[in-house]
Ligand binder design. Structure first.
Ligand SMILES: [Zn+2]
Length: 772
């Protein structure tokens, strides 16, 4: 489809044109081909020919050559660049050459596993290859599990299943582990933070079990664009990894448009809703026949926007307009999802509104336009979403519609960051003490530990501790699991603590589980009398029973939502690393955070007006984690800025400083704002000077604080720019946020914060111009 006309239409539309802040053209690139490897098995050659493939893209050939050389490698190329052949070819070649060889494919979600099984089967059929690929996950029926174990040459699974189903039962998998030659890890960028830290330990266990059966498998990893692919890969598998980043696949022309909704309240700094504007743009495209995907941030938004869009076409068109828009999100049944994916591929569905569920590599064919409402959290996500529009032929459009948040407003002013700058770095900390200890237990259950065996930072220290606890026993220089339990069962790879609260709907005598939440979040979100929203429905919390890990809710219409007022008490436990300068000391160490919520606000929907308070009666939550403290000694410049301020003004500036650091940190780090906690002290008990603390919200930390300590200067420079670019009078949601009640009398809050930020940048010895 020629999209030039809809593009011109959009760029000249009087409703939208004034708010388009920039337009970037990415010109088409031709393919770079490489010949098929001379030693490629003739059956594979036939299989490729059957699928119309006579030569490879250059990166596919580089991947082949790396596999031949016996390297572990990671392929980092965009969506639809033919990544799957980068692993399918070397793996099937190895499996054809050796009838005992096996491979393990891991995907972060079940939907992706199913897609891959179909892709592999097509290759196997095209070449009549004597290979069998079998999916082994939570949905695999017991009756076919044994077949998968015994005769699956390629087993397709996910890290959770590997952790709780395969590794603890390795004795049933002898053939598989003995022959294991390759481990394929796709969507590697999703293994970061807590999940990535767990998965790195699962890989340690996997290699340990494989070694026991005499095999040393190689890793092939694939990732969307991130700043540090080989570093993340090496942290995950504990070995050097070669990065293949040169993309040989062709791509068609693409236009990326940056759209900033108009300001509706200049004093408060409020813009028109990003979701509403994005919907209007999507409607314009759909009405002119452009197949469009609209990305929204929450499941609720997805449902609402899809309903609005369908309604809109009902009104404009006669009933045979046949424009159909579907919502796509997690929580849909698998067959509902498959139907939508098929409808998008065959063109019977014209538009889809989706959460990031469609961001990962599920095949939906190429759409002509993608509209992205709000920053999806990382450049990797942005390009995956934008990549949903346009595959290989025909030009396409991607429209990014900013929200009022500081990150969106910063990025809309810096479109070049999307094209030039390196992507954010992904971090994990496999030696996080909680996560590490959990996996030592699992590993000890799987095979006894030998003295001197290597497994992460210090297995013997942890084994000594577990011995005292009575869960392992040391006999003849070996540690054996001696507990009755089955440790993997209690450990979830997706959270740092195992004890989730189950949310139960009791409306009209029902007793139905509708959701789950980790305990610390439950205390702040589903306390007694809180409003809980699930799939567009409102519920009132009748009782949060922390001891029994359950929360009873009842459906009820309300005109407000609830927001807990959380207080944090902190205690410095250790000072591990002193960074920064004399003028601006920075300390990285351990921190005890005690959070308590004693009150909550009732806020009216839409207007956010405060219409009342309620009490919360719950014990505080304690967590030990990693922190970064920035100190402001009054003898040096940044501190001297604070000195003449009145106490309340000083507190307001430090609070705003914390707020903007938290808001902008995701520009440099692959994390969400909610992954970091922060607080300030006008006079800190431990250091005796004004200070701010930023900590990792996961017990023990996941490497975020350490990463922030290296990129703090860049985050502060972004903050300084945002503060000077923001048009508001004295603070707004696009910079330091609106003043909390306690600071409502403080004037010049924004100016005070801006001078503190610039002084801090100088205190770090930076002149403000240099980046990174
Ligand atoms: Zn502002």
């Amino acid at each position: 489809m020629d999209t030039r006309d809809p593009l011109t239409d959009f760029l000249s539309n009087p409703d939208f044109a004034p708010h388009i802040s920039s337009v970037k053209h990415i010109s088409a690139a031709p393919a770079r081909f490489a010949s098929l490897p001379p030693n490629l098995d003739p059956r594979l050659k036939t299989a490729l020919a059957g699928r119309g493939i006579e030569s490879l893209y250059s990166h596919q050939r580089t991947a082949w050559d790396s596999a031949e050389a016996g390297d572990d490698f990671v392929v980092v190329t965009p969506t639809a660049s033919g990544k799957t052949l980068c692993y399918n070819l070397p793996v099937t070649q190895a499996l054809l050459a050796d009838p005992d060889a096996r491979a393990l494919y891991l995907f972060p979600t079940k939907a992706l596993s199913q897609d891959q099984q179909a892709e592999l089967n097509a290759l196997i059929e095209a070449g009549s290859l004597p290979l069998k690929a079998a999916t082994y996950d939570g949905d695999t029926p017991q009756s076919t599990r044994k077949v998968a174990r015994d005769s699956g040459r390629i087993v397709i699974s996910n890290p959770d299943m590997l952790h709780s189903g395969v590794l603890p039962n390795h004795a049933k998998w002898i053939k598989f582990f003995t022959g294991l030659r390759y481990i394929v890890v796709d969507e590697m960028h999703s293994y970061r933070g807590v999940f990535g830290s767990h998965v790195a330990n699962v890989f340690r266990r996997l290699l340990r079990v494989a070694a026991y059966y005499g095999s040393t498998p190689r890793f092939i990893l694939c990732s969307a664009t991130i700043g540090n692919p080989s570093e993340l890969a090496e942290a995950l598998i504990g070995r050097p990894v070669r990065a293949i980043t040169e993309n040989g696949a062709p791509h068609a022309e693409k236009v990326v448009i940056f759209y900033n909704p108009p300001v509706v309240d200049a004093v408060q700094g409020i813009r028109k809703s990003s979701a509403d504007e994005a919907m209007a743009i999507a409607a314009l495209f759909l009405a002119s026949g452009v197949r469009t995907i609209l990305f929204a941030r929450s499941r609720l938004k997805v449902e609402i926007l899809a309903a609005y869009l369908n309604k809109r076409f009902e009104n404009i068109f006669t009933e045979n307009s046949r424009i159909r828009v579907e919502p796509y999100r997690s929580g849909l049944l698998p067959n509902e999802r498959r139907q939508i994916e098929r409808g998008l591929r065959d063109g019977s569905i014209h538009g889809v509104v989706s959460t990031n569920a469609l961001e990962l590599g599920i095949d939906i064919g190429g759409l002509a336009a993608a509209v992205i409402s709000g920053w999806p959290g990382s450049l990797a996500s942005f390009w995956q979403q934008a990549g949903r529009a346009g595959r290989r032929k025909g030009s396409s459009m991607a429209v990014y519609v900013a929200t009022s948040s500081p990150v969106d407003q910063y990025l809309i002013e810096h479109p070049d960051r999307f094209f030039n700058a390196t992507a954010e770095n992904a971090r994990i900390d496999p030696d996080n003490p909680y996560i590490y200890t959990d996996h030592i237990k699992c590993a000890a259950f799987e095979l006894p530990f030998k003295k001197g065996e290597s497994f992460g930072s210090d297995p013997e220290a942890v084994l000594g501790f577990l011995e005292e606890e009575g869960t392992v026993r040391n006999t003849g220089g070996r540690w054996y699991w001696s507990d009755s339990g089955y440790p993997a069962e209690k450990i979830s790879l997706r959270s740092a603590t195992a004890d989730n609260v189950v949310i139960i709907n009791t409306t009209n005598g029902a007793n139905e589980v509708i959701g789950e939440m980790d305990r610390p979040s439950a205390k702040e979100l589903v306390f007694d009398d809180a409003v809980y929203i699930h799939r567009g429905k409102q519920f009132i919390v009748l009782k949060l029973d922390i001891e029994n890990r359950q929360c009873l809710v009842e459906e009820r219409e309300t005109n407000y939502y609830t927001d807990a007022i959380v207080k944090n008490d902190i205690k410095v436990l250790s000072e591990d690393e002193h960074l920064g300068t004399d003028a601006l000391p920075i300390v990285v160490g351990d921190l005890l955070v005690r959070s308590s919520a004693e009150k909550f606000k009732k806020l009216r929907f839409h207007t956010n007006e405060n219409i009342g308070y309620g009490e919360i009666y719950l014990p505080p939550e304690e967590m030990q984690t990693r922190t970064l403290a920035v100190l402001f000694p009054e003898s040096a410049e940044p501190g001297a800025i604070l000195r003449p301020m009145a106490e309340l003004e000083r507190a307001a500036s430090l609070a705003a400083f914390c707020s903007i650091i938290r808001a902008l940190a995701p520009i440099e780090l692959l994390c969400d704002r909610s992954d970091l906690g922060a607080t300030w002290r006008v006079r800190d008990d431990h250091y005796g000077v004004p200070a701010i603390y930023v900590w990792d919200q996961y017990p023990g930390g996941t490497g975020l604080v350490e990463a922030l300590s290296h990129s703090l200067g860049s985050v502060l420079e972004a903050a300084a720019e945002r503060l000077s670019a923001c048009d508001c009078v004295d603070g707004c949601p696009s910079c330091i946020g609106v003043a909390p009640e306690a600071f409502s009398t403080v004037k010049r809050r924004k100016a005070g914060t801006a001078s503190l930020v610039t002084a801090t940048i100088r205190g770090l010895g930076r002149n403000g111009g240099e980046a990174r």
